[in-house]
Design a protein around this ligand. Structure first.
Ligand code: F6P
Length: 512
């Protein structure tokens, strides 16, 4: 293909650019940091790299001209209003998202959504092919772009292609509900290396290759022949876990600044200086278990185990995918529940729940983390959950306690957290009380261990490991990964014993 314009040795493709174009009522456009964990993770990784980033600018209409931001060449992909509806809100977030998150809400299947998804993926692939230098490394992100690896390979067989899934990969029994399951797997297998959050996700993918496409898998690789190709032209693709992380150093430094420390004290003071401040910060998504968390909290208030003003909850819900029905309904339900808890259990001037439906800048989030005595991270299913790791990175004072759902990728690593099963209301209540009442030295010991884990496995290490794995695929990279495998096994052992503690809570009371 003919290549015009600048080309790059590293090309990132993600649904969103790191910045969104916002057009005000007067038609003036400005750029604002995009929402979501993907951008948060990739921002520090891209700093100082000479690279291009292909993505959607967040609004309807033709693609704005490419431009540079903090040294990175941003190449926007345009989406029409119908494409936003059918590719982004529809197929990505109303078909794939539920299937990839245990069908917490039912998935919707529409053939026209699929056709639009294919068309938009093709547009992304064309853009990648245009900006990739000969032999470039192409790093595709997430479930919105599962067809891009094979499409790029067809256009540019010279480049090396990796894909990383930020969300879980579902068990074959759920994945096989997708009428387009075969095309999705074939799309992914255009890559040389496929990275997942957990080993279980990589195994789910490999099982789907075996069961649905009769491919041969061995350890963490799958070998296949492309349809219509000479059987001797076999390709082997490696699929394995590369858990994402946060910019530990950056967050640690931010949380140590006098501004953030002062702001944390101000937040506590504005909330009435409670003895215990519980905090939840999530994108408003049904995967995050906000309803379950509120139920457990409401019951603790009803049981008189806790009460404002001594204990209060601050719940921040960041607006997300507001035009998708399931998200609108969830917002209504959460706000109704918050209203009813506050109606029943608040005192004048001391609400039981402080609820915010807003997005906040980095520094404000760091101050919230620093203010939180107990951080509640209770998703029903989550690829990783970076909030859990951000909280830990901000607690340089070794204060605070993390209550963490076992259904997050973070649970595989953060075994010193207070673990809970969000479906087990009694267990969540007991875990919250354990976190509140744990002696200070136990909390400090746990936080120290959590911080060590996140500091040693930060986002830079994640990016390096991903890129090394991509460079050496289908072989493993040469770095010694055995130690980290052993660490993971150690974490899993510790988690099993944690789980027993949380199960006992419910078994003893017999309640759910
Ligand atoms: O990884 C999940 C994800 O879809 C990311 O791609 C994104 O950063 C985040 O959730 C927020 O989603 P959206 O881009 O739909 O606002």
């Amino acid at each position: 293909m003919s290549v015009t314009g600048p080309t790059f040795d590293l090309v990132v493709a993600a649904n969103r650019l790191p910045v969104d174009r916002v057009v005000d009522d007067l038609g003036t456009s400005t750029w604002r940091r995009s929402p979501g964990g993907l951008v948060t993770a990739m921002e520090p990784v891209m700093r100082g790299r000479v690279a291009a980033w292909v993505g959607w600018a967040g609004g309807p209409g033709p693609a704005p001209e490419p431009f540079r931001e903090k040294g990175v060449y941003l190449h926007p992909v345009g989406l029409s209003p119908t494409e936003i509806q059918e590719y982004y809100e529809g197929f990505s977030n109303d078909t794939l998202w539920p299937i990839f998150h245990d069908v917490i809400v039912p998935a919707t299947f529409h053939r026209n959504w699929w056709n639009t998804y294919r068309r938009v993926n093709d547009r992304f692939a064309q853009a990648v092919a245009q900006v990739a230098a000969p032999g470039a490394t192409v790093w595709v992100h997430d479930y919105q772009l599962q067809l891009v690896p094979a499409m790029v390979r067809a256009l540019r067989p010279d480049v090396r292609i990796g894909w990383f899934n930020h969300i879980p990969f579902p068990p074959v029994e759920l994945f096989s509900q997708l009428p387009w399951r075969r095309a999705l797997i074939e799309g992914l297998l255009g890559a040389d290396f496929l990275g997942f959050q957990r080993t279980a996700d990589a195994e789910n993918f490999l099982r789907s290759c075996r069961r649905l496409l009769s491919m041969t898998t061995k350890a963490d690789t799958v070998t296949f022949t492309t349809p219509g190709d000479d059987p001797s032209a076999r390709r082997t693709v490696r699929a394995s876990a590369v858990p994402i992380s946060v910019d530990f150093k950056g967050l640690d430094e931010l949380a140590r600044t006098p501004e953030v420390i002062t702001r944390a004290a101000e937040i506590r003071a504005s909330l009435g200086n409670p003895k215990i401040l519980l905090v939840g910060i999530d994108r408003l998504d049904y995967t995050k278990g906000i309803r379950h968390r509120l139920k457990a909290y409401g019951e603790l208030l009803a049981d008189k185990a806790i009460a404002p003003p001594d204990v209060t909850l601050m719940q921040v819900s960041t607006p997300s995918r507001e035009r998708v029905d399931a998200y609108r309904h969830l917002r209504e339900e959460i706000e109704r529940t918050v209203g009813s808890i506050n109606g029943e259990y608040s005192d004048i001037g001391s609400p039981a729940v402080h609820y915010f439906y807003q997005s906040y800048p980095h520094a404000e989030m760091a101050a919230m983390f620093l203010a939180a005595d107990v951080m509640l991270v209770t998703p029903l299913r989550d690829g990783m959950n970076l909030v859990a790791k951000e909280y830990v990175a901000c607690r340089h004072d070794l204060g605070g306690a993390l209550v963490l759902s076992e259904f997050t990728g973070a649970w595989d690593e953060l075994h010193q957290a207070f673990i809970c099963n969000p479906h087990d209301v009694e267990g969540v209540k007991q875990t919250i009380m354990r976190a509140i009442t744990a002696p200070q030295d136990e909390r400090r010991r746990r936080m120290k261990a959590l911080r060590k884990r996140v500091a040693d496995h930060d986002v830079q290490r994640w990016a390096t490991l991903f890129l090394e794995s991509l460079a050496s695929a289908p072989e493993k990279p040469h770095r010694p990964t055995r130690a980290s495998d052993e660490e993971m096994r150690g974490a899993e052992r510790a988690n099993r014993s944690n789980l027993r503690t949380s199960d006992n809570a419910s078994e003893q009371t017999g309640e759910q």
